[in-house]
Design a protein around this ligand. Structure first.
Ligand SMILES: NC(=O)c1ccc[n+]([C@@H]2O[C@H](COP(=O)([O-])OP(=O)(O)OC[C@H]3O[C@@H](n4cnc5c(N)ncnc54)[C@H](OP(=O)(O)O)[C@@H]3O)[C@@H](O)[C@H]2O)c1
Length: 376
């Protein structure tokens, strides 16, 4: 019976985490079978065709089916919840299912969640300023959850509500829980379905469409991590839980101190735009007829960026594209020996790679649709 249940295996992060677990040659992992919760039969078949007996798929209707989630979760030792981080009731139901194992006296179960650094962001365009700081997951481990709770009491934000809910439900029930609070994730994913990140592809698309870059202010920042390095943290967590005599209990910071950051580098949003412009001008895609001949970054309204890049959600757009969210990832390095391998050079190269992917129609839009040249 598989010990590990994974959500999000059809996604960018979850698909990459699964592929890295399957590629792991450590004796504790190399023969494991992983159970995957999948909504779509064709996707389940593709996973089976690719990964054979290393996985088994379980059909579900999704993160809203809490009764099913709780029942299913109660059969597993470790749940890797790398699907959408925006549905609190579903994520908490996984913890509630694991809690049944605590009561039954089974080995202490673990919930390994995925969330995002916008949970700690300010909203500098529409709300009064708050003190800015760099959050350190080791030194500030007791304070991070408290800050998120204070922000969420004023204004609930579903990704943050989910992260708080998971960590608090776990702390209350004896389940161990870690939430990787990820920054901007870049690089080609290694899953079978969505392999693209969000931030660079979206900004590249905008820049190619408009011929210029954009900014909401001068100081909005993002930390960044390559998707393969992020996935490594999950592999290292699984290995620590399986290989250590204490199953990581009391060793891996968890529950109310369970936020792990994954930052490797830091950038400004306007610098991401600059790098996209640099890549497009170097390639010759820009300038073209009707676009600025020089590289330009224009100050644009929040609503435009919310509509064009964030599904109309101005709250998420403001946190992501306008906000400040500096994090320092100490715990994964110190406790798990995490050594991210894709550093500044990989970050810089990714802009070229993203442009090539766009030109080769490997992104959600095509170059033709980007420049309005789609043939009908
Ligand atoms: N991408 C980033 O840059 C980034 C940065 C920081 C944090 N994050 C966090 O990571 C999470 C996953 O990001 P991603 O880039 O991997 O997303 P993604 O590629 O869009 O994948 C989303 C995954 O979640 C599943 N999913 C979505 N809605 C669901 C529902 N209602 N019920 C069950 N499954 C559902 C999808 O399954 P189906 O195939 O069945 O739809 C898919 O497997 C985000 O939600 C966010 O919290 C992402």
């Amino acid at each position: 019976m598989s010990k590990i249940l994974i959500t999000g295996a059809t996604g960018y992060v979850g698909g990459t985490v699964l592929s890295q677990l399957l590629a792991c040659t450590a004796p504790s992992v190399k023969d494991l079978t992983f159970s995957l919760l999948i909504r779509n039969d064709a996707q389940a078949q593709k996973l089976k065709d690719a990964y054979g007996s290393r996985i088994n798929t379980i059909k579900w209707s999704g993160l809203n089916d809490t009764a099913f989630i709780e029942e299913t979760a109660s059969n597993y030792d470790i749940i890797i919840n790398t699907g959408s981080g925006f549905i609190p009731e579903g994520a908490i139901a996984f913890v509630n299912g694991l809690a049944r194992r605590v009561k039954a006296g089974k080995p202490t179960p673990w919930m390994l969640h995925l969330s995002g650094c916008t949970n700690l962001s300010d909203r500098p365009l529409t709300q009064p300023p708050i003190p800015l700081r760099e959050w350190n997951d080791e030194l500030d481990s007791a304070e991070i959850l408290e800050r998120m709770k204070a922000l969420d009491e004023k204004e609930p934000y579903s990704q943050r509500t989910t992260e708080i809910g998971v960590l608090e439900a776990a702390a209350a029930s004896g389940v161990q829980a870690v939430s990787i609070n990820a920054p901007c994730i870049f690089g080609e994913g290694a899953g079978l379905f969505n392999r693209q990140g969000l931030v660079i592809p979206l900004i590249m698309m905008y820049v190619i469409q408009h011929g210029y870059g954009w900014k909401l202010n001068e100081t909005a920042n993002f930390d960044w991590v390559h998707v393969l390095d992020l996935a490594d943290i999950y592999v290292l967590l699984v290995r620590a839980i399986l290989e250590r005599e204490d199953r990581g209990v009391g060793y891996i910071s968890s529950g109310k101190r369970g936020v792990f950051f994954a930052a490797v580098g830091r950038t400004l949003i306007k610098e991401i735009n600059q790098r996209c412009l640099d890549a497009a001008f170097a390639d010759g895609v820009l300038p073209r007829d009707g676009t600025p001949k020089q590289k330009e970054i224009r100050l644009v309204p929040l609503e435009e960026i919310a509509d064009k890049l964030t599904a109309g959600r101005s709250d998420i757009a403001e946190r992501g594209w306008g906000g400040h969210k500096a994090t320092k990832a100490v715990l994964a390095r110190k406790l798990l020996g995490w050594e991210p391998k894709r550093l500044q050079e990989a970050w810089e190269k990714d802009f070229h790679d993203e442009l090539v992917a766009l030109k080769e129609n490997r992104r959600m839009v095509t170059m033709e649709s980007c420049i309005g040249a789609t043939k009908r």
